[in-house]
Write a protein of this length. Structure first.
Length: 276
């Protein structure tokens, strides 16, 4: 009798899980309709910072902001110091910092993570003194619906986890315990995965990412600072080095030269004797 009761409760828990997922999907379909940019409820205006659901509960919008800037500067160190001041002012931190040399320029590339509420003021601060941007990209992604969906499914999985824990406390047979524990293990893996998704999403929401690349153009050395006299002197040195290399090459093959001279002298002497 108890075995049948446990099986019936397991069946009920599985059905409840499917029903919970269906309800979450239905709620998200309704929520997706209720995401206006600006909505008037009675005499109260709801701005872009959030909206209210059917139960009059304010839900904060989840926005991911990213920026990508590239511009030329006269002094790399001065620009870097300006960025450090803006970083400190905006309560941000530098995540990556690299520098290098391209064809005709030297550059520095910095990745900054900054609280989202300070994003716009930070962009304004580092733009001070910039004549124009080679590249300026500002992206904002609204992930409110996705965040609510994951959060709702996470709550449903936790409720299901509690039901299986109750079933496990009532199980008497080893086979029933093993079956319930297997289901619990699968549910807990899903819970951990969704919690990880929420943490990652919340990190990107709370901290915006801005990549800043600034560079300085440098003149090519070749053909710019070399005078005509320097070119003549370089040509003279090149000729001298050429002669030196020629004689050094002769020294390396001197045995063959001696043999060639001896053969030439021997053949010439024999040829003179025949003519006499």
């Amino acid at each position: 009798m108890k075995s049948k009761l446990i099986i019936a409760l397991l069946f009920f828990a599985v059905l409840s899980c499917k029903k919970a997922d269906a309800e979450v999907s239905q709620d998200m379909a309704i929520t997706a309709v209720k995401l206006p940019a600006k909505k008037l409820i009675g005499s109260e205006a709801i701005s872009n910072s959030g909206f209210k659901d059917a139960e009059n509960t304010t839900i904060e919008q989840k926005i991911i902001k990213n920026g990508n800037l590239r511009f030329e500067t006269e002094n790399l160190e001065t620009t870097y110091e300006q960025i450090k001041i803006a970083v400190k002012k905006g309560k941000a931190f530098i995540q990556n910092d690299s520098e290098g040399k391209d064809y005709g320029s030297i550059y520095r590339r910095i990745t900054v993570r900054i609280p989202s509420q300070n994003f716009d003021s930070f962009i304004k601060d580092i733009s001070t003194g910039v004549t124009y941007f080679d590249n300026k990209e500002i992206n904002s992604e609204d992930v409110t619906e996705q965040y609510i969906d994951i959060d709702a499914r996470l709550k449903a999985k936790k409720k299901l986890e509690n039901r299986y824990i109750e079933l496990l406390s009532k199980a008497t047979k080893m086979s029933e315990m093993l079956a319930i524990e297997a289901q619990l293990s699968a549910i807990r893996e899903e819970i951990e995965a969704k919690e990880g998704q929420l943490r990652y999403m919340q990190n990107r929401i709370s901290l915006s990412t801005i990549t800043i690349e600034f560079y300085k153009t440098i003149a090519e050395e070749r053909g710019v600072t070399i005078s005509y006299g320097a070119k003549v002197w370089n040509a003279f040195k090149s000729g001298f080095y050429g002669i030196s290399n020629f004689f050094l090459g002769l020294l390396e093959v001197w045995p063959f030269i001696i043999i060639a001279i001896a053969l030439f002298y021997f053949i010439r002497k024999r040829f003179k004797k025949k003519n006499k």
